[in-house]
Design a protein around this ligand. Structure first.
Ligand SMILES: [Zn+2]
Length: 333
């Protein structure tokens, strides 16, 4: 542990950070998680979407409930639409992509802290029970014939070195980077890498079931939001394609679960992955707001919120005193 973390740990324990909370009182913090998996879990898919372990989630929620006020997505949308103002230090907790661990592991921890979360679910994933491109890229690389020295992907030739975990990670990152920008078809990777495609049941088992979604929705304050139909990067689509992803994902979830769906999370969500067309079409599809997932995301003053560009920060891998200091407002986020 470095000196800064030790000092902050002491400040946290003696209650100093709690005194500091007023500084963050008018700032909305939106925290995002993807998968929650134990480090020892044998994950055949993308480790890059594992945000943290169950213990870390537990510790982060303890800090967030100590320093901030976690609000439900319903209350947040109501405030955006002229309802009651948000409490001081408002915080939203969000999960993307509808992994089964969100229900099996995260949901019980969220309930323990009375921390209602919003789960962003890609429609096609729930319907077809198939994982998307990043998990297939990672799986194909993990199962690859280590002797394969190059693959063709997105019109490029990628040199690979697959005989070490680092080499596999580097290849996965490079291929995922190309897929984000080009929407390249990942199915050919299984053949090129001589890798066995996972069983349908293994793939399906990673995804929340409808019953699990209904159980989440039965818990007060918990919500679901739309995350497109196919999880395509919106800026790789033409205007009609964007309109379809925004409109149909909302319609799908509302019909399937009989709840209003008022919020959207842009797939991938950095600056290059959505644009003015996305914002305009999100508004006309009936959403009250939409969340991004920018690398440069910050907490934002509530009176400066732009409803179709709301920053979400990626929860860190650890729950240390630095996270506590950020949550308290002692450090800027
Ligand atoms: Zn996503």
């Amino acid at each position: 542990m470095n000196k800064r973390a030790i000092v902050l740990g002491v400040l946290d324990r003696i209650g100093f950070l709690r005194l500091w909370r007023s500084r963050a009182s008018d700032r909305l913090l939106v925290v995002n998680y993807h998968r929650i998996l134990d480090g020892a879990a044998n994950n055949p898919f993308d480790d890059g979407v594992v945000t943290c372990t169950p213990d870390v989630l537990d510790a982060q929620l303890e800090m967030l409930t100590r320093y901030r006020t976690i609000v439900s997505m319903h209350d947040f949308v109501a405030s955006l639409e002229g309802g009651p103002a948000l409490p001081p230090r408002p915080t939203l907790i969000t999960f993307d992509d509808g992994y089964a661990d969100n229900f099996e592991i995260a949901f019980p921890i969220l309930k323990k802290y009375s921390a209602p979360a919003c789960f962003y679910l890609p429609a096609k994933r729930l319907q077809e029970r198939e994982l998307e491109w990043w998990d297939h890229i990672a799986c194909a690389v993990k199962r690859a014939d280590t002797g394969v020295r190059s693959v063709e992907f997105g019109g490029l030739t990628i040199d690979t070195q697959l005989d070490s975990a680092e080499g596999q990670r580097a290849a996965t990152d490079e291929l995922i980077g190309i897929a984000k920008e080009t929407g390249a078809d990942v199915e050919s990777l299984y053949g090129q890498l001589n890798a066995e495609r996972p069983d349908k049941s293994v793939e399906s088992g990673q995804i929340m079931t409808d019953e699990q979604v209904r159980e989440i929705l039965a818990e007060p304050g918990f919500a679901i939001g739309a995350h497109s139909v196919s999880h395509a990067v919106l800026t790789t689509l033409d205007d009609d394609g964007q309109a379809f992803e925004l409109r149909e994902s909302r319609r799908f979830l509302e019909a399937r679960f009989d709840v209003p769906v008022r919020t959207f999370a842009y797939p991938v969500g950095d600056d290059a992955h959505y644009n003015d067309v996305s914002r305009r079409m999100a508004r006309s599809a009936g959403y009250a707001c939409a969340f991004n997932f920018r690398r440069a995301a910050r907490d934002v003053r509530v009176d400066e919120l732009k409803p179709f560009d709301i920053d979400r920060i990626c929860a860190p891998r650890r729950a240390d005193a630095i996270f506590a200091a950020r949550a308290s407002g002692f450090f800027a986020i």
